[in-house]
Write a protein that binds this ligand. Sequence first.
Ligand code: DX5
Ligand code: ZN
Length: 216
Amino acid sequence: MSDVKIAPSLLAADFGNLRHDVEMVDQSEADWHHIDVMDGVFVPNISFGTPVVKAIAEYATKPLDVHLMIVEPDRYIKTFADLGAETLTVHYEACTHLHRTLQAIKTTGVKAGVALNPHTNVNLLEHIITDIDLVCIMSVNPGFGGQSFIENTYDKVRALKALIRQKNASTLIEIDGGVNNNNAKDLVAAGADVLVAGSFVFKSDDPLATIKELKG
Ligand code: DX5
Ligand code: ZN
């Protein structure tokens, strides 16, 4: 399982000591910082916006994997690119012109990701998969950390993996929501390349050890 990338979600970090938690991830075996931006419109919750991401970007040393749970994400592509995002993920359900949005992200030099809500069929990406650097399969309904993993996710991962192979794409599969030690290995076996974990990492007694365990 050592090839899997681990992306701790800072949504579950201690916001009063954000720098401490970012530095912990930087010192851990994790690969990316997962950053959840929520607007209170696309999802019911508001998390944090660009000033906080800017602060994180100033001291984080690992790549920033920015997950935009917002409507009209095109309006903010340049902002997050300028802040130093390595990957910018938009929601399929929030994009009327997904191809155009992905091209706009890539034009800034940032990797383009697409997130799918639990009800969204992975095969909707059939004609665009070769344009996508990362697909984020939501294994909970987006908006909150600490929710239970949706078991149907395994089928979606297998179906997406088959599509990626069929189209000879190099797209990474990321899983976001309810990831823990009970499902990590099975997700990787099904085809996952990146595991996002919020509560499981930050609410654990020893986050460094928990990250190491997830990494396998
Ligand atoms: C949910 C976010 C997730 C969340 C995961 O809308 O996209 O990244 O932080 O948190 P856990 O791992 O606690 O489910
Ligand atoms: Zn996320």
